[in-house]
Design a protein around this ligand. Structure first.
Ligand code: SAH
Ligand code: DHB
Ligand code: MG
Length: 224
């Protein structure tokens, strides 16, 4: 297993380097996160670029992110928005939001991003009651136990064609182990089952390996 994960890391590093996936602003954000003591649970460079490309392929103008941390994935998403677009990102921890604000400013995307601080369930309710325009692309990456709530609330903020991506749905394969010790598993299992049952969604899941270990994304499109 160790040998395999070393290979995953080496291949990830190879493509990060070959395709010049990262840059100074992204590296500075990771350094600032570390200096501030934030957990290093951001998406990897290749995953961030993947999300950014997905958002761009979907022609997204309005992007919603649930779980900001230090804004590393937020920078990637902000870089994907079409002319006149913006990102709304939701974060519980004021300290994380403050670090993110600085990282977004340093990356030159602060004007494109609105950070809402507080429990995401409440922020999503607020967005719904404000009757905001539906989002084109939604990235769910906050506390895993609330993923089922975030999915239901995301659907209320969607239109046909909206892309919904959920991070961390594989958890080193523990997703297929209902008795898993990983406390995140029940949330992502119910989330995945909800996607399966939702008549308005068609979905797939992609397993990923690399510098962040073995995990994966669920990717759904709102069909009607
Ligand atoms: N998307 C980020 C990583 C997010 S980590 C990236 O890839 O760069 C998950 C974040 O969700 C943490 O910052 C955590 O504070 C936040 N979070 C946890 N519970 C939350 C809640 N109930 N509401 C909003 N954010 C929450
Ligand atoms: C954890 C959370 C994440 O969003 C992630 O990408 C990796 C790990 C965690 O809480 O352990
Ligand atoms: Mg994640």
């Amino acid at each position: 297993m160790k040998e395999r994960s070393e290979k995953w890391t080496a291949v990830d590093a190879y493509f990060t380097d070959l395709f010049k996936v990262s840059d100074d602003a992204l590296e500075a954000a990771l350094a600032a996160n570390q200096a501030a003591g934030l957990p290093a649970i951001d998406v990897s460079p290749n995953q961030g670029k993947f999300l950014s490309m997905l958002a761009r392929m979907s022609g997204a103008r309005r992007i919603l992110e649930i779980g900001t941390l230090g804004g590393y994935s937020t920078i990637w998403l902000a870089r994907a928005v079409q002319e006149g677009g913006r990102v709304v990102t939701l974060e519980l921890n004021p300290k994380h939001a403050e670090v993110a604000r600085a990282n977004l400013a340093h990356a030159g995307v602060a004007e494109l991003v609105e950070i809402r601080v507080g429990p995401a369930i409440a922020s999503l309710d607020a967005l719904a009651s404000e009757n905001v325009e539906p989002f084109d692309f939604i990235f769910i990456d906050a506390d895993k136990l609330n993923y089922p709530h975030y999915l239901a609330q995301s659907l209320a903020l969607s239109r046909p064609g909206t892309v919904i991506v959920g991070d961390n749905v594989v958890r080193a394969g523990e997703i297929v182990n209902p008795a898993s010790d990983d406390p995140n598993v029940p949330g992502v299992r119910v989330f995945s089952e909800m996607i399966a049952r939702a008549p308005r969604l068609t979905a797939t899941a992609i397993q990923t390996v690399g510098v962040k270990g073995y995990d994966g994304f669920a990717i759904a499109i709102v069909t009607s």
